[in-house]
Design a protein around this ligand. Structure first.
Ligand code: FES
Length: 132
C-alpha cells in the first residue's frame, strides 16, 4: 500500500484535479463539488492516460431527437478516443460494466490523502506513519 499526500485542500478546489505520480501509471485525484475521488490513470479501452482528459459533462436522451447536457464537471473524457467515465464511480457512461480502478482518497488535517497499492518510488510525497 502507498499513502500519498496529494496536496492541501486549498490547492485542489472544486472543479480541479491533478495526476499524482503513484503506482505504475499515476492516479488522477479529482474534486467534484467538494468531494474527492481518485481514478487510475489508465483507460480500460486502450490504455490511454485517462486522467489527463478534460473534465466535462455528458449528454442524456431527452426523447424526440433531443438531448440534454447534464452532469457538467462529473465526467472525465479520455484524451485518446473520448470514452467518458463517471468520476465518482469510475464506470464508463455508455457501457457501465466497464470501469477504471478507483482508490480511497480523503482529507486529513487539511491535506488530501490518497491510498493506493502503487510502488513506493512515487514522485509524490509519501506520508510517513504518524502523519509526517
Ligand atoms: S484509450 Fe481511452 S478511449 Fe481509447
Amino acid at each position: 500500500m502507498g499513502r500519498y499526500v496529494v496536496g492541501r485542500t486549498a490547492d485542489l478546489p472544486p472543479g480541479s484535479h491533478r495526476v499524482v505520480r503513484a503506482g505504475r501509471v499515476g492516479v488522477g485525484v479529482f474534486n467534484v463539488n467538494g468531494k474527492y475521488y481518485a481514478l487510475n490513470n489508465y483507460c480500460p479501452h486502450a490504455g490511454g492516460p485517462l486522467c489527463l482528459g478534460d473534465v466535462t459533462g455528458t449528454t442524456e436522451d431527452a426523447g424526440a431527437y433531443n438531448v440534454l447536457w447534464v452532469r457538467q464537471g462529473e465526467i472525465v473524457s479520455c484524451p485518446w478516443h473520448a470514452w467518458e467515465f463517471d468520476i465518482a464511480t469510475g464506470r464508463t457512461i455508455t457501457e457501465p460494466t466497464k470501469a477504471v480502478r478507483t482508490y480511497p482518497v480523503w482529507v486529513e488535517d487539511g491535506q488530501v490523502i490518497l491510498e493506493t497499492d502503487g510502488d513506493p518510488g512515487s514522485a509524490a510525497r509519501r506520508q510517513q506513519p504518524g502523519g509526517g
